[in-house]
Design a protein around this ligand. Structure first.
Ligand code: MIG
Length: 682
């Protein structure tokens, strides 16, 4: 069952694209099942929970599989410190499923509002979900099916099919903020060759550009970029350059001047082009909500495609603003005032002013007043009641109206990805920020995690909630982005990464070198990466089924073994498709971990000697129940359901070399249901 509840005149976000014609639509009707709704300039929905009710969903967010007991904000945010108490990450995915284990009911709520939505998941009141929106124009979707899985699948059905990455995107990707020249790229290639480490892509972070200007390549560091790209392509390695949302404010930059003269950029209330700083210093922000701007910006990617590039990642598209002109002026005024107070000795406590001074600078980035200060030009038919009643400047088209950025913040990255994807069919695309529906245009990664043990578990937690929102091709920065990784931590990160569609090692500048070949016993890394390639036909098939047929690739055990109380509450294992279960190690110095088997399963133990590079893993049947499973950092242990088997091919150093004619099966000797390999990569 799907119901849609329209309140006021919502902005048409395009999150939902396949709403069934026979589903029910209610207008200004507050009778959403299970909820009590209050509308008066703003919107408030309260849902009473039973003691044992569980909450799944919320896409890219912190917390466990079960989100009960936390507050979340749907608001695309660049906050690189993903500590437990944070409420918002880069993606804004305001949907959740309430599951009652006693009544066996699953109810999904999707609050389709492109500005701020606060989702208090039984935090303030232990038995209440409270959703608040500071506006009364929005759509709420309510879905109820017989099971958790069916409820999630119906949601997937209305938000459309997922963007499909090229096959090579299943290969190992090496990235680091700091690669800046031919020499850097050559060194990665040479080391991967030297140690027989597979490789399919190298990501180029902002340092490949000329003064951080989009669509430029630094000539001194890449004298013949076209030759670089084609040399790598011959080796089967794709270069993936980054493009940021903000475009450098620069007289000599033709693209920027084009943007100015055609009125492609967001403007502030005085009708002037918004200036705010990101990596290149002051930058302008394309108004991706306009179709003509999407076209213009999307076409610019062809400049790099002419050099042979066929893959991009787009970043800073929340959008991040380090500071605006207004912001920096106000902050420096405040700092002067505080400093004067200190110098005049007018303070009781020195500490307080130190904090205030820090705050005055700290709150410059991603400030709400900056987001409130600029506007988008949007068709009247789309804007609904979010249109400015008294426009502060004239729109360029008479059919358009002005909409304040803060009211539609979460659609900025959505429309940037749409721009790139629609103008460049068949490319690889990875975005940082997203909204519901972005999965039709792009893959996403999980943003700037840390080299923390808990961030292996966090990535595990996000996989199913992202899958429910249509993001199948995803993964975290393996090894951790911020701070220094250790050999053991990287091995354990990679052991999860073997199973995530995006397998990318990425690190921030200034951190310890994190490429596999920088650590002792490189052969252990070789074993793990090789195992990944052996599993690619299986993984790719699962990715395609999930992307095109609306299946989930990863599900918590609760989705399949809800009758089993232990499985229902299992927070650190995942089912992968209908055959496999993974249980990665995510603690330091561990010799293994406790694993709960919700049914009889085969344990597949892969090591350099058995399975990773060639041959079969050590395999044994384990009975339903709790087990301590030993697993050294250079081993990968995973589980196949009794009676099932999965396809595996010979190891390869590149996806181009994967040979489907070498398929063998791991798992049960005589599977009850043979594995169907429906989608083969090429
Ligand atoms: O402000 O381009 O998430 O992957 O390495 C940081 C530099 C900007 C954030 C991305 C990260 C990337 C980094 N970027």
């Amino acid at each position: 069952m799907i119901n849609k509840y329209i309140f006021g005149k919502p902005f048409e976000s395009e999150a939902v694209v396949d709403f069934p014609s026979d589903a029910k639509v209610f207008t200004d009707n507050k009778a959403i099942p299970g909820a009590s709704v209050c509308v008066s300039n703003d919107f408030k929905m309260t849902i009473e929970l039973d003691e044992l009710d569980m909450i799944f969903g919320l896409g890219e967010s912190l917390g466990g599989f079960n989100k009960r007991g936390k507050v979340f904000r749907s608001w695309c945010t660049d906050d690189p410190v993903h500590s437990e108490e944070k409420e918002a990450l880069y993606g804004a995915h305001p949907y959740f499923i309430i599951y009652s284990p006693t009544k066996k009911t699953s109810s999904l709520y999707f609050i389709d509002y492109p500005g701020l939505v606060t989702l208090d998941m039984a935090f303030t009141f232990y038995d209440k979900v409270v959703v608040t929106v500071p506006n009364d124009n929005l759509n709420v979707y309510y879905i109820k099916e017989d099971s958790l899985l069916d409820t999630a699948k119906t949601f997937r059905a209305i938000i459309g099919k997922s963007f499909v990455e090229p096959f090579w995107a299943m290969g190992y990707c090496q990235s680091r903020w700091g690669y800046k020249s031919d020499e850097d790229i050559d060194a990665i290639i040479a080391n991967h060759k030297k140690y027989s480490l597979p490789l399919d892509a190298i990501f180029m972070d902002i340092d490949y550009m000329e003064s951080f200007r989009n669509f430029t390549v630094n000539k001194a560091n890449f004298p013949d970029f076209k030759a670089t790209v084609s040399k790598l392509k011959a080796l089967g390695v794709h270069l993936v350059p980054i493009i940021d949302a903000g475009t450098k404010d620069c007289e000599e930059d033709e693209i920027d001047r084009e943007g100015i003269s055609n009125g492609y950029y967001c403007k502030t209330a005085d009708g002037k082009v918004l200036r705010a700083a990101v990596w290149p210093g002051f930058a302008h922000f394309p108004d991706f909500l306009q179709e003509r701007v999407r076209k213009w910006f999307g076409e610019k990617f062809k400049l790099l495609q002419q050099e042979g590039i066929d893959a991009f990642w787009i970043d800073m598209n929340e959008p991040v603003m380090f500071y605006s002109e207004e912001g920096i002026k106000a902050a420096s005024k405040k700092l002067k005032e505080y400093a004067q107070l200190v110098l005049d000795d007018k303070l009781a406590s020195g500490q307080i002013v130190a904090w205030q001074m820090k705050d005055a600078v700290g709150c410059l980035q991603n400030s709400m007043s900056d987001y409130e200060s600029f506007f988008h030009e949007v068709p009247k038919t789309v804007a609904g009641a979010l249109a400015q009643k008294e426009p502060c400047f004239k729109t360029q088209s008479a059919d358009d109206v002005l909409v304040r950025h803060s009211d539609i913040h979460n659609l900025y990255a959505f429309n940037m990805a749409k721009a790139v994807s629609q103008a460049n069919k068949g490319i690889f695309l990875l975005s940082r920020a997203s909204y519901i529906g972005s999965h039709r245009y792009t893959s996403i990664w999980m943003g700037d995690n840390f080299s923390w043990w808990s961030h292996i578990e966090l990535a595990l937690h996000m996989l199913p909630s992202l899958n429910m929102a249509g993001f199948i091709h995803t993964g975290c920065d393996l090894g951790g982005f911020g701070c220094n990784t250790s050999r053991e931590l990287l091995l354990r990160f990679l052991s999860l990464g073997i199973f995530t569609p995006l397998m990318r090692n990425h690190a921030a500048c200034g951190t310890r070198a994190q490429e596999c070949y920088n650590f002792e016993k490189v052969e252990d890394f070789r074993a793990l990466l090789s195992l990944r390639y052996r599993l690619i036909p299986f993984l790719y098939n699962e990715v395609m089924k999930a992307s095109l047929e609306g299946e989930l690739m990863f599900t918590p055990l609760a989705f399949e073994y809800g009758e089993d109380e232990i499985a229902l509450h299992c927070e650190d294992q995942l089912l992968l498709g209908k055959t496999v279960m993974i249980a990665p190690v995510y603690t330091a110095n561990a010799i293994g971990r406790n694993v709960y088997l919700p049914q009889n399963m085969l344990e597949l133990r892969c090591s350099s000697a058995q399975g990773c590079l060639s041959g079969k893993p050590q395999t044994r049947l384990l009975e339903k129940g709790a087990h301590f499973i030993k697993c050294a950092p250079n081993e990968v242990v995973f589980f196949v359901k009794e009676g099932c088997a999965i396809p595996v091919v010979d190891a390869a150093l590149n996806t181009k070399e994967l040979d489907y004619s070498t398929i063998t099966y791991w798992g049960s000797e005589n599977p009850v249901t043979p594995y169907e390999l429906k989608y083969k990569g090429e």
